[in-house]
Design a protein around this ligand. Structure first.
Ligand code: 5HY
Length: 257
């Protein structure tokens, strides 16, 4: 099977890290390809960035459908554009937040999410409510900008680890969820060193998509995830109109699996 992981921001080094995490989780014989759009924010830190990451994300999903991918992972912890992506995809589409939070509920009681900046916390608290896990989840910010995770000299990893330690001490966290796709490479080492499950949503979502595809399950099209209705889109959004060809949508940066 073939799984497409879409990093909705436009930072190629994060896309490569995300692709490595996805491939590390996938079974032999499952092809994992990681891409990011060529247009949009270099990082997603709050609602405005999130809004402008969605068109590029949806272009990549449309392209993935044309290329015959069996399932998708949206590799941004805000689960950016998840519902719209599901209207375009035949196969399963998982967001890394949804996958990671549900994984945590299957491994322990209370869990804490450690994300980047404080401005991202309300959106993630909203997702915890949407996913029905708010009573077991505390969301914390490590005060680390997303792109600092791409710079080994930034001290970002140390700040993330310090916040994780506070979560264990103060929240009684039995599991930790890494609240940014850019933290995907930290999970295995932290799990070993801290002695509790530290969950990366990229790996969790990739394996879950693989399971759903393996069960022969696809996104339901009988309700809210039905395909968009054909209609005109005015102005610069004309090329996004339902039924238009994504290949006219410019070229995304692709890191081939
Ligand atoms: C992410 N931003 O996973 C989110 C995390 C955040 O560019 N990729 C991003 O800080 O909201």
């Amino acid at each position: 099977m073939r799984i497409l992981i879409v990093n909705p921001n436009t930072t190629g080094s994060m896309t490569e890290k995300i692709g490595a995490a996805g491939r590390g989780a996938a079974s032999p014989g499952t092809e994992v390809v990681a891409v990011n759009p060529a247009m949009g924010p270099e990082s997603i830190e709050g609602y405005y960035d999130e809004a402008f990451s969605v068109p590029g994300l949806l272009d990549e999903i449309r392209r993935g459908e044309n290329d015959g991918f069996d399932g998708y992972v949206i590799a941004c912890f805000d689960d950016t554009g998840l519902d719209a992506a599901r209207t375009l995809a035949a196969g399963p589409v998982l967001g890394i937040c949804e996958a990671a939070m549900h994984t945590a509920t299957m491994l322990g009681g209370r869990f804490s999410v450690v994300t980047t900046l404080a401005r991202s916390v309300p959106a993630l608290e909203g997702l915890a409510r949407r996913y029905g896990v708010a009573d077991r989840c505390r969301v914390r910010a490590s005060d680390v900008p997303v792109l600092a995770l791409e710079d080994p000299a930034s001290g970002a990893v140390r700040k993330v680890e310090e916040e994780i330690a506070r979560a264990v001490r103060e929240d009684g966290a039995e599991c930790i969820v890494l609240g940014c796709a850019g933290m995907a490479d930290l999970a295995a080492d932290l799990t070993r060193r801290l002695g509790l499950p530290v969950i990366d949503g990229v790996a969790a979502a990739t394996r879950m998509v693989e399971a759903l595809v393996g069960l022969g399950l696809r996104t339901s099209k009988v309700g809210g995830y039905a395909a968009p209705l054909p209609k005109a889109y005015a102005g610069e959004f004309g090329r996004f109109a339902p039924g238009s060809d994504p290949e006219t949508a410019g070229v995304g940066e692709t890191e081939r699996g």
